[in-house]
Design a protein around this ligand. Structure first.
Ligand SMILES: [Zn+2]
Length: 108
């Protein structure tokens, strides 16, 4: 790990998108992420590895990286200024404070 901190901003950004529900299903490819953020593919891979260790994403061999939600609660409500926490509701999520709903984890 020559530059252990370079992957951190990307890991932080992806983590925020995942916990806010903005990013679901399949992650963009390592190559497109590296081009989008102007960083080496190996740096993107380190960021994704960090998220995998946290249980936020899962790598399916030959298929890609998918957002994984192992926690029964989503971090925070996607509604700006609400700050409530999301709980599982049927096939999706519902805010315990404002009642906003979000689609559940993709089964694709
Ligand atoms: Zn809410």
């Amino acid at each position: 790990m020559a530059y252990p901190t370079r992957s951190k901003p990307l890991a932080d950004e992806l983590r925020r998108k995942i916990t806010s529900g903005e990013l679901t299903g399949r992650l963009p490819s390592m190559l497109s992420l590296s081009e989008e953020h102007g960083m080496a593919v190996s740096t993107v891979q380190r960021a994704v590895q960090a998220l995998r260790r946290e249980g936020l994403v899962r790598t399916l061999k030959g298929s890609g990286v998918y957002v994984e939600r192992t926690s029964p609660t989503m971090a925070t409500c996607p509604v700006q200024g609400c700050g409530g926490s999301m709980e599982q509701h049927g096939y999706g999520w519902r805010c315990t404070r404002c009642g906003a709903t979000a689609p559940g984890p993709s089964t694709a």
